[in-house]
Design a protein around this ligand. Structure first.
Ligand code: MRU
Length: 354
């Protein structure tokens, strides 16, 4: 029998972090139990957990693991200060796990504020404050996704087909999803005829994760090779291309999974609409434009091997940037939990974030 999607990909229980191992989906549903920030760092880097909001939430729990790891009972005031210094060092280290999704830095900055501002007199109080902050972050993400789902679905006309890229679903967030949240809401309103899901080379988030999530919702889905997207947009009745984001710069430029930019260009050329769905934790007012966003480059082996088996020309060099930048001009609608911006630009985003 096909395994079903667990309620959550990230679970905090027994003072440990449990992560659904997304590398093994959809064939195997298996949770890893993490006890240290070092294990959480590795899980983010190795894509056990992926997707901008999910990475941020994982990092927040990693800070709780750090506090637990370094705590001893009956700490003096100066030992408590040293504990805070050790947690801060772990926060700096966790920030290096992946560079592009700003949710990682955003979540860690929030946890750092709790560390700095916490008036607890002992380690237990500090651990508790951090745990509460991480749990709240996880809960708030689902609420934000549901809100964006409603806001985005209002743009979808009855009978529409849509296209999505990568996985911006429950697996990439605390639940429900950003782009898939809009698709879920539109489906619940009976508006969708079909979702075209791009396979998303080289890691196959679309084929393995998005198609699986959509199947479990009973949403009519067609899987596409990335290179078939242009023909689908040209020939099928696709009204909207709907994607998530790893970082939205202050001017509205969007970093998202490699291939997103090409879809935005295709949408504009063919008169289709392009929607980006992202919570305010993904909007980075400190980065003025997409040119300032660091694009992660991953190992060539992700292109030259499949499940550990080499298939490309032996020793061929490979370039593997895993995100690209879509200029704000190509975005028709930016849906956030704070509201919707049509034709986003710096002034509109500043007003939204004020
Ligand atoms: O490399 P990944 O799988 O972490 O990339 C994920 C994406 O690009 C998603 O589209 C993005 O994080 C939005 S998730 C709600």
């Amino acid at each position: 029998m096909q395994p079903s999607l667990p309620n959550r990909a990230i679970e905090w229980r027994e003072q440990c972090l449990f992560l659904l191992d997304q590398r093994r989906l959809p064939l195997t549903v298996d949770f890893l139990r993490l006890k240290t920030p070092q294990e959480a760092f590795a899980a983010i880097k190795q894509m056990v957990v992926r997707g901008a909001p999910a990475i941020g939430i994982t990092a927040a729990y990693a800070v709780v693991l750090s506090a637990q790891q370094h705590s001893v009972s009956n700490m003096t005031d100066s030992e408590l200060q040293s504990l805070k210094t050790l947690i801060t060092a772990d926060i700096d280290y966790l920030a290096l796990a992946r560079p592009t999704a700003v949710n990682l830095a955003w979540a860690l900055a929030h946890m750092q504020q709790i560390v700095d501002g916490c008036s607890a007199v002992d380690a237990t109080g500090l651990c508790l404050a951090l745990e509460q902050a991480a749990v709240q972050m996880q809960q708030a993400d689902v609420i934000a996704n549901r809100r964006m789902g409603e806001l985005g679905a209002a743009y979808i006309k009855k009978g529409s087909a849509v296209m999505t890229h990568c996985n911006a679903g429950a697996l990439a967030t605390a639940g429900y999803g950003t782009a898939l949240g809009v698709i879920r809401a539109a489906h619940a309103q009976g508006k969708l005829s079909c979702v075209f899901a791009n396979e998303t080379r080289p890691w196959f988030q679309g084929a393995r994760l998005t198609a699986w999530e959509l199947q479990q919702e009973g949403i009519t889905t067609q899987l596409l090779a990335d290179s078939a997207a242009a023909s689908a947009i040209q020939q099928k009745a696709i009204e909207w291309i709907i994607v998530g984001a790893d970082r939205v710069a202050a001017n509205g430029d969007v970093a998202n999974k490699i291939g997103t930019y090409a879809l935005a260009v295709l949408a504009r050329y063919h008169g289709k609409k392009f929607m980006v769905v992202a919570p305010d934790s993904t909007i980075d007012m400190a980065t003025s434009s997409g040119a300032d966003i660091e694009i992660e480059e991953r190992a060539a082996s992700e292109l030259t091997e499949l499940n550990g088996t080499a298939f490309a020309a032996p020793k061929v060099a490979a370039w593997n940037p895993v995100f690209d930048i879509t200029p704000a001009d190509l975005v028709d609608v930016l849906v956030t939990n704070r509201g919707v911006i049509e034709a986003p630009n710096q002034a509109k985003i500043e007003a939204l974030m004020a």
